[in-house]
Structures are given as C-alpha cells and as structure tokens.
Design a protein around this ligand. Structure first.
Ligand SMILES: Cc1cc2nc3c(=O)[nH]c(=O)nc-3n(C[C@H](O)[C@H](O)[C@H](O)COP(=O)(O)OP(=O)(O)OC[C@H]3O[C@@H](n4cnc5c(N)ncnc54)[C@H](O)[C@@H]3O)c2cc1C
Length: 236
C-alpha cells in the first residue's frame, strides 16, 4: 500500500462524553482511501507556521461512501487534539496513511479478544465492525476499561452487537464506578484473567496507553499464552 497524502472534510461530529468526540470524515474530490480495520492515519497540520503530525486510529471499517471515523480524546494542554476538537462540519484535514500492523487477522481466530481503555477503543470498533459484517465462528470478547459510565464510548453499538450475536461478550469495566452501577468494576487486567484463561486458539488485540498494555501482556504471559497471540497498539 502506498502512503499518499489525502484530503478529507468533516461531515459530522458529536460529543461522546465531555472530553471525547466522534468525527465522520469523507474523502475530498471522491478520492479512494484503502485501509485495513485497525490501522491509523497520520494527521498533518500547520500550527502557527509549524508543521505538526499526530497518529490517529481509524475508528471505522472501510465503507462504501469511502469515509472514515475518528474518536478523539481532548487533552487540556494538547496542541493537535485541541485543534481537532474545534473542527466544524465542512472543515478540511490533510493526512497520510494508512499505517500500522495492528489489524484484524483474516480469517478470524477461534477466539478473538479485544482489550481497550479510553479512545483505545477506536481501532477495535473498526475491527468489530469488520468482524460482524459477515458470518463467522469466532468467540469474541470485548473488555473495555473506562473511568465512569458516561465514558463507555459506543456503548449502544456494543450492546446491540451483544444482543444480536450470542458469541459476542461485552465487558465494560469502570475504575471509578458511579453509585448505582451494578456492572464490572476495576481494571481490565483482572477481567482478562477472569474470562480469558485457557482459551484454545485465542488472539488478543490490546489498545491504549503503554502501562495498561504492558500489564495486560504480562497477565497473558502468566496464563501461558505465547507472545505471538498478542497484537497491540500503544498510544503513548
Ligand atoms: C498509533 C497511535 C494511534 C493513536 N490514535 C488515537 C486515537 O484514535 N484517539 C486519540 O484521542 N489519540 C490517539 N493517539 C494519541 C494522539 O496521537 C496524540 O498523542 C494525542 O492526541 C495528543 O496529541 P496533542 O498534540 O493534543 O498533545 P501534545 O501537545 O503532544 O501533548 C500534550 C500533553 O499530554 C501528554 N499526553 C499525550 N498523549 C496522552 C494521552 N493519550 N493521555 C494522557 N496524556 C497524554 C503529553 O505527554 C503532553 O504532556 C494515538 C497515538 C498513536 C501512537
């Protein structure tokens, strides 16, 4: 695949919680942009005369309108995330890509486990959209760690997936649970151990900050999984 430069315009944007936005982009001039679910783009912007680049995971599977989604966390001091956060429909971005080897394996493994925290859900949403775009026999787990209930990004979509597909197990877990929350609590690490021990043919996809990924990888290794059973994408 070549890494050409592309231009896209913002078609739609919405808050997913007060710090996170979901963006829908369309390629300008009807251009095609091919990528594998899980890959990322490199956003190139001009900030006060300085060229700045940041990687962002594509949060959607390839679709017919040749658009793609991003899921962005705004960091209070963050230069590029603040710029992106203030984009309005019709605004344009320049980017290159696709990049990365964090991508859905084909055919799917007998057990596919997805572990994410925060906006680490972005490439995993893309992979799950792809996985459920056609019939398959994989047993699928999504263990998603966030602080509070309002941080469970794309909750409706994953709950719908779980209702429609008995082989899809959705485990959102809160590290700072709100009063009245009766679901899972604590860090993703402990649920990995609880639900994913001894699974034959498992492949795990892990995305988020380095500390979480290192801890989760260590738990998988302690359970006897080969390191080849793990794919990961570190955001920091
Ligand atoms: C492969 C890849 C894919 C990524 N995909 C996404 C994505 O889909 N969505 C998304 O929101 N981000 C994603 N990121 C992170 C993104 O590239 C930027 O690092 C992030 O938006 C901050 O950039 P900034 O210019 O706003 O902040 P900067 O001005 O670079 O940094 C501001 C401050 O925040 C700290 N910081 C940087 N990142 C984080 C973080 N994640 N959490 C807490 N503190 C941080 C920095 O150390 C610095 O002190 C991805 C990173 C990688 C490597």
């Amino acid at each position: 695949m070549n890494h050409s430069r592309y231009e896209a315009f913002l078609q739609d944007v919405r808050f997913t919680n007060e710090r996170t936005k979901h963006f829908q982009f369309r390629l300008s001039n009807g251009h095609r942009f091919d990528f594998r679910p899980g890959q990322f783009i490199s956003l190139d912007i001009d900030l006060d005369g300085e060229k700045v680049r940041r990687p962002y995971s594509i949060a959607s599977a390839p679709r017919d309108d040749n658009g793609f989604d991003l899921c962005l966390n705004m960091l209070p001091e963050g230069r590029v995330s603040s710029w992106l956060f203030h984009l309005k429909p019709g605004d344009k971005i320049g980017f290159s890509g696709p990049f990365g080897f964090f991508a859905l394996r084909e055919p799917p493994d007998p057990v596919s486990a997805f572990i994410a925290t925060g906006t680490g859900i972005a490439p995993i949403r893309a992979m799950l959209q792809q996985l459920y775009s056609r019939p398959h026999d994989s047993e699928v787990w999504l263990i998603f760690g966030v602080r509070q209930e309002s941080d469970i990004l794309y909750r409706d979509e994953f709950e719908k997936m779980a209702a429609e597909h008995p082989n899809f197990h959705f485990i959102p877990t809160l590290s700072r649970p709100d009063p009245g929350w009766t679901g899972h609590t604590g860090y993703v690490q402990q649920h990995v151990v609880r639900y994913l021990a001894g699974k034959q043919g498992l492949h795990a996809y892990i995305c988020g900050l380095r500390k979480m990924i290192d801890d989760v990888a260590q738990e998988f290794r302690a359970m006897g999984y080969d390191r080849k059973a793990l794919s990961y994408e570190k955001y920091d």
